[in-house]
Design a protein around this ligand. Structure first.
Ligand code: AMP
Ligand code: MG
Length: 345
């Protein structure tokens, strides 16, 4: 199916009890080699049949994603996992405990997975989402679905169908609107082929939960710093510049107030991403409240970055959070989105 220039179909599907008839239509598109965007409990995914290399290549084209960035393969049952991967003992243990859920396991792949999915690696990343729409779509399609986040490469991941429409309308065959996603940051990626297992990307499942089950090597923070100071690799990034300040709440608030005033005097429009808006009253800026708990903050993070772009701010200042539990994933996204403009006050 090549529908790149045709209209994208958008359907609303009930998130807790999805209508089978609607998902059958989506499954048909997957089976014919088309692209379907669907909600998961983390963020929206841009899916294609993981066993169809031409369909998989379309994912990279639609997103503008570099071909050397491998995709996650989504499954609905363990039988599907066995068909595409060699599960080791640790992977089995983690799958038993955390599937379905916001965790992705990197395991050795079987021949049936085309090299385009894994960027030529001998391993494949597998996830069983817990969202009823995602699970049902995979089940009805009858094939594993390769899916990265359904945003243009480099942009904040989509947590609502409208974000997907902004980025991918006209480039995919179907968008399933299942409302806002629950978690708001992507899955935790765990490499189970090394000993102890290694966290490749912190995400929706807190590392602390994984540590209760297996020994974990925490990813090397140093590799997250660009090799040369001028190199600004941005990912999850809004159009506006982003600066992240962290430290004692009181100091962060004072510094953000100060910076906003200075930036405003330079004629810039400032956006603030805060846990609470109260401390910023009286400031002339676009201020968005994420909430106080790590769960609320994770859920609202990407959508607030997109919202501030819509409001046309030039620069966004965000409050950092404590690096524990979901806070590790939140800070990882903020670091990358800011191109490492990340300062302790
Ligand atoms: P995204 O699809 O944008 O949510 O990103 C998928 C993440 O999974 C990226 O960080 C990939 O680098 C990672 N990933 C996918 N497959 C593999 C693999 N075989 N080995 C290591 N990392 C992987
Ligand atoms: Mg992504």
């Amino acid at each position: 199916m090549n529908m790149q220039n045709q209209k994208t179909l958008i359907i609303k599907v009930e998130p807790t009890n999805p209508e089978e008839k609607k998902l059958k239509k989506a499954a048909e598109i997957i089976q014919k080699g088309g692209l379907v965007v669907f909600p998961t409990e983390t963020v929206y995914g841009l899916g294609a049949n993981a066993l169809d290399r031409e369909a998989v290549i379309k994912i990279f084209e639609a997103k503008g994603r570099p071909l050397d960035n491998p995709l996650i393969v989504h499954v609905s049952e363990m039988r599907m996992v066995k068909a595409i991967a060699e599960m080791n003992e640790v992977a089995e243990k983690l799958a038993k405990k955390f599937f379905p859920g916001p965790i992705t396991l990197v395991v050795d792949k079987k021949e049936i997975i085309p090299p385009e999915v894994t960027a030529g690696l001998k391993t494949v990343a597998i996830r069983m989402p817990s969202h009823p729409i995602a699970l049902k779509l995979i089940e009805v399609s009858g094939v594993p679905i390769a899916a990265p986040s359904a945003n243009l490469a480099g942009k904040p991941s989509p947590t609502k169908a409208e974000h997907v429409i902004d980025d991918l309308y006209g480039k995919v065959d179907l968008i399933i609107d299942g409302g806002e996603t629950k978690i708001g940051v992507e899955s935790t990626v765990v490499d189970t082929t090394v000993h102890p297992v290694e966290i490749l990307r912190p995400g929706g499942l807190p590392i602390e939960e994984i540590q209760k089950v297996v020994d974990v090597k925490i990813f090397d923070r140093k590799v997250e710093i660009p090799k040369s100071p001028g190199m600004k690799y941005r990912h999850y990034a809004p159009e506006a510049e982003l600066i992240v300040l962290y430290g004692k709440r009181k100091d962060v608030v004072r510094k953000i107030r100060e910076m906003s005033e200075e930036l405003k005097e330079k004629g810039l429009r400032v956006g603030i991403v805060a846990t609470k808006t109260n401390p910023y009253s009286g400031i002339d800026a676009e201020i968005l409240e994420l909430g106080e708990t790590l769960e609320e903050i994770a859920k609202n993070l990407f959508s607030s970055l997109r919202e501030l772009d819509k409001r046309g701010v030039d620069i966004i200042i965000a409050e950092g959070v404590e690096e524990k539990r979901l806070g590790i994933a939140i800070m990882n996204r903020l670091k990358k989105a800011s191109g490492n403009r990340f300062y302790r006050v």
